[in-house]
Design a binder for this molecule. Structure first.
Ligand code: DQA
Length: 143
């Protein structure tokens, strides 16, 4: 069972800067992730929050809830949230950080991820497929 977490403003996908993030809504992205999970024969739980504290609580609770790994798009929190970094580091599950866009090809402040230091790895710039590959990795790791 894999937990997929999306952070602030990702509820606006489809409407938000579509030239960067595409026209797919969060609901469509989540449907797509569920289809990939079915192909991989793994259960997924999908959650989104605009609140740092909510994301931290979900990360803290994930092991107790029986998840084997976390796919995390921390959105803008990536670039400054030491609280999210500490939450990832404080728990044992492998976390794969995913970004829809290539954060390394955008504004300089996006090149730094403070959260990736506690993640197993980072996938950036592959659009929705990043979630698929993160899911495939965590599924294989859990088996
Ligand atoms: C993002 C990249 C972040 O820099 C940005 O703040 C987001 C989305 C991405 O998926 O490309 O909200 O995480």
């Amino acid at each position: 069972m894999i937990l997929v977490l999306n952070g602030p403003n990702l509820n606006l996908l489809g409407r938000r800067e579509p030239e960067l993030y595409g026209r797919m809504t969060l609901e469509e992205l989540e449907d797509q992730i569920e289809a990939w999970a079915a192909e991989l024969n793994v259960a997924v739980t999908l959650r989104q929050s605009n609140y740092e504290g909510q994301l931290i609580e979900w990360i803290q609770q994930a092991e107790g809830e029986g998840f084997a790994g976390i796919v995390l798009n921390p959105a803008a929190l990536t670039h400054y949230s030491y609280a999210l970094l500490d939450a990832i580091a404080a728990q044992p599950l492998p976390v794969v950080e995913v970004h829809l866009t290539n954060v390394h090809a955008r504004e300089p402040f996006r090149r730094q991820s403070v959260t990736a230091a506690a993640a197993v790895g980072q996938i950036a710039g592959l659009g929705p497929l990043g979630y698929k590959y993160a899911l495939a990795f965590l599924t294989e790791k859990a088996r």
